[in-house]
Design a binder for this molecule. Structure first.
Ligand code: CP
Length: 332
């Protein structure tokens, strides 16, 4: 095992913020994935800490609940020696009526280097990016984008390319299944996968499919699990986002699982090497059967979580150091 990971310099990173996957080039995505691959080794050490971001400050500002994203951004910063502060809406002065812009202006006055924000409104980050000096990371905005989820999903798929007899994402077929309408994960993945040369299928009931999905996301739409999953390399299951539903989009959870839940027999439509992904949190017996979610060979759900940490380290690294990073050194 090596004791130092070196991030090799490739194409430059020039973006100030990471707001979404839409518009990122193949080279930019490759750079973030390669940076994550280099940094991932740090998380496997006995002493999981490097001085790379010493003196940098990261603020995690979460206006929606999160387990994976918030924890991994916090750990990512801490493992690279940044100072990390966590703020949730309920514990902030937002609960006393302060606006988002005022909240961020006050945080900016303390001169952080990066603000990682999750917000229920689509487009909140695009607005804020015009008013903030720190680098801004979108950790999820409404049903719009969740770029670090897409990056960790790409990294996880790439880890499993050998079992698919492939060396790159080019030509891969990915089925994104379920509640596409409310899913920022689906949008970010569709943009990222297409940019990397994969073919994307969106599979779900008409009530949970955005208007003009094929044109907007460059994907083929299927309203049958058997047809949508036929011979795909990757099955990505989405959570049924009941908290974002203002109307009855499905007759009942029971009926949804009966028609759209991923079970063993539906998974059998996919290629024999196909992997099963889910961004989490999973709702067992709603969008996915427990035996599929826990499948020893097919499910990579916890690999996604591990890769989330490496990807968030890479994003903090690039936003703090751009292309100037001198690599990752071990602590004395
Ligand atoms: N996938 C994801 O964003 O999970 P959390 O909501 O727990 O962060």
């Amino acid at each position: 095992m090596t004791h130092s990971a070196v991030v090799t310099e490739q194409s430059p990173w020039r973006r100030k913020h990471l707001l979404g996957m839409e518009g990122l080039t193949r080279e930019e995505i490759r750079l973030l994935l390669d940076t994550a691959l280099s940094l991932r080794e740090v998380n496997r050490r006995d002493i999981k800490k490097v001085p790379t971001l010493r003196g940098k400050t990261v603020i995690n500002l979460f206006f929606e609940n999160s387990t994976r994203t918030r924890t991994s951004f916090e750990l990512a910063g801490k493992r690279m020696s940044a100072d990390v502060i966590n703020i949730s809406a309920s514990s902030s002065s937002v609960s006393k009526g302060e606006t988002l812009l005022d909240t961020v202006a006050n945080l900016q006055a303390m001169n952080p280097d990066v603000v990682v924000m999750r917000h229920p409104e689509s487009g909140a980050h695009a607005l804020l990016a015009r008013h903030i000096e720190a680098a801004l990371v979108n950790a999820g905005d409404g049903r719009h984008e969740h770029p670090t989820q897409a990056l960790l999903d790409l990294l996880t798929i790439e880890d499993h390319l050998p079992q698919m007899g492939r060396t790159s994402l080019d030509g891969l077929t990915v089925a994104i299944c379920g509640d596409v309408l409310h899913s920022r994960v689906a949008r970010s993945n569709a943009f990222a996968l297409r940019t990397m040369g994969a073919s994307v299928r969106l599979v779900g009931p008409p009530t949970l499919m955005p208007a003009h999905a094929e044109e907007a996301l460059g994907a083929r739409v299927y309203h049958s699990m058997a047809e949508g999953l036929a011979d795909v390399d990757v099955v990505m299951v989405l959570r049924l986002q009941r908290e974002r539903m203002s109307a009855a989009y499905v007759p009942s959870v029971r009926e949804y699982f009966a028609f759209w839940g991923l079970n063993e027999s539906r998974l059998a439509c996919a290629a024999p090497h196909a992997i099963v992904m889910h961004p989490g949190p999973i709702n067992r017996g709603v969008e996915i059967a427990s035996d599929v979610a826990d499948h020893r060979h097919r499910s990579v759900i916890l690999d996604q979580v591990s890769n989330g940490l490496a990807v968030r380290m890479a994003v903090l690294y690039r936003l703090c150091l751009g292309s100037q990073g001198k690599g990752v050194q071990t602590l004395p």
